[in-house]
Design a binder for this molecule. Structure first.
Ligand code: SIN
Length: 303
């Protein structure tokens, strides 16, 4: 018997495969393609204290082996989420995690307090790494002090599992990871997108309305893998790895590098059922290598 179960703080995951925020809607949009309850968890779209329209179009651009986005945290705000969206998510038999963002510390705390009251949401992912907003977002995640301040404030208000999503747009990601661990994070997820840009040479204009955007997809995988490896050596809390994962082999690589669980992002746009294939592929790998328990593979890279 193969055991795929892993634990992130108090979260029991039936397998290590989660979906990344902003790439899987609220899960509901994917009900026609897969049984969402088979996943280890889903991280639903970023939620802020107030309704946000997001950035002007165009805000998506395809790149070689990747995608740029500058959505700008479009969402209907936490009160709408609590009243309208949350009741629809209680049907899922998996960990539904809410990605929480805002432009001020007070805003982050307000969202976290409201989500804390929702019985069927066992954790939040604090987004201090969105590169597409003028205020907040990545500004919190690129300084150890700012990151620690927001995590400390949210920690006081939020009693369940607190995952902090880190930005790769820093010189030393282990410093930020250690700062948020010391401030009370139960886990870190990494990486969010890398700041990039695309130009339309014929028009001599940037492709995105915001000029720059966040790069994701297979193009960023080696960077994500390196950062997961470094961070998992630097902190004691569990690491959730993401960045360009599109196959079971990719997922295994992140687990060997030290990730306890993984998130699948951009690949959901290409194959909406890719996560189920990844779960099955991980089970096959364990069987082939005669490993009974996935936890024996976490950080098992031989150097
Ligand atoms: C966005 O809404 O701009 C993307 C979210 C993120 O990068 O965290």
């Amino acid at each position: 018997m193969i055991d795929l179960a892993v634990k992130i703080d108090n979260l029991q995951l039936k397998n290590p495969v989660m979906t990344a925020s902003g790439t899987f809607g609220y899960g509901l949009e994917f009900d026609d393609f897969l049984d969402v309850s088979q996943l280890g968890g889903i991280v639903v779209k970023a939620t802020t204290s107030k309704h946000r329209e997001g950035n002007r179009y165009p805000r998506l651009a395809e790149t070689n082996m990747g995608m740029l986005n500058s959505v700008g945290l479009q969402n209907k705000g936490v009160d709408y989420f609590v009243k309208e969206t949350y009741p629809k998510l209680t049907k899922y038999n998996t960990n539904v995690i809410v990605n929480v963002s805002d432009s001020t510390i007070e805003g982050y705390v307000e969202v976290a307090e409201k989500i804390n009251e929702l019985e069927r949401i066992p954790g939040i992912e604090l987004n201090i790494s969105c590169p597409n907003v003028k205020e907040g977002g990545m500004a919190f995640g690129t300084s150890s002090q700012m990151a620690a301040s927001v995590v400390k404030a949210v920690r006081k208000a939020y009693k369940k599992t607190l995952i902090v999503k880190l930005s790769p747009n820093v010189t030393n990601i282990t410093e930020i990871a250690k700062a948020v661990e010391d401030a009370g994070a139960d886990s870190v997820s990494l990486i969010n997108t890398l700041l990039g840009m695309a130009i339309d040479a014929e028009k001599r204009r940037p492709v995105l309305s915001t000029v720059t955007g966040g790069l994701s997809g297979p193009a960023v995988k080696p960077i994500a893998l390196r950062m997961v490896y470094q961070v998992s050596k630097a902190v004691k809390i569990p690491v959730i790895g993401l960045g360009g994962i599109s196959s079971a082999t990719d997922a295994i690589e992140f687990i060997l590098a030290g990730a306890t669980a993984i998130q699948v992002g951009t690949a959901n746009f290409i194959d909406p059922a890719v996560t189920i294939k990844i779960i099955n592929g991980i089970a096959d790998y364990l069987q082939r290598h005669q490993i009974e328990n996935i936890t024996n593979l976490i950080g098992a890279l031989e150097i």
